[in-house]
Design a protein around this ligand. Structure first.
Ligand SMILES: [Zn+2]
Length: 94
């Protein structure tokens, strides 16, 4: 029995990951209480990149793999980063 149909993910995956300068542990009452969540504005970056899509140095910033900057609404997302991630344009090379 051969499997000729490739399992193509229905939702497009993005190579952009959410990042923020700080992470904090979500408190009680937060939808993700107890887990680490971004603090402040959320930006987008590619793995291995030292800068966000909008050009901020983010080398030491934590990455939040379970967040999608393109569709995140509960958090404050950088407009420039969201725009770049939505159109999946290549990051500016520095
Ligand atoms: Zn940004």
């Amino acid at each position: 029995m051969t499997s000729s149909t490739r399992s193509t993910p229905s939702r497009a995956t993005s190579s952009w990951f959410a990042t923020a300068s700080q992470k904090v542990r979500a408190g009680d009452g937060h939808p993700r209480a107890g887990s680490l969540v971004p603090w402040g504005t959320v930006h987008a970056r590619r793995l291995g990149s030292a800068r966000t899509a909008c050009g901020v140095a983010c080398f030491t910033w934590p990455i939040f793999f379970d967040l999608d900057v393109r569709h995140e609404r509960a958090l404050e997302v950088c407009d420039d980063c969201r725009r770049v991630a939505l159109h999946d344009r290549p990051a500016v090379e520095w």
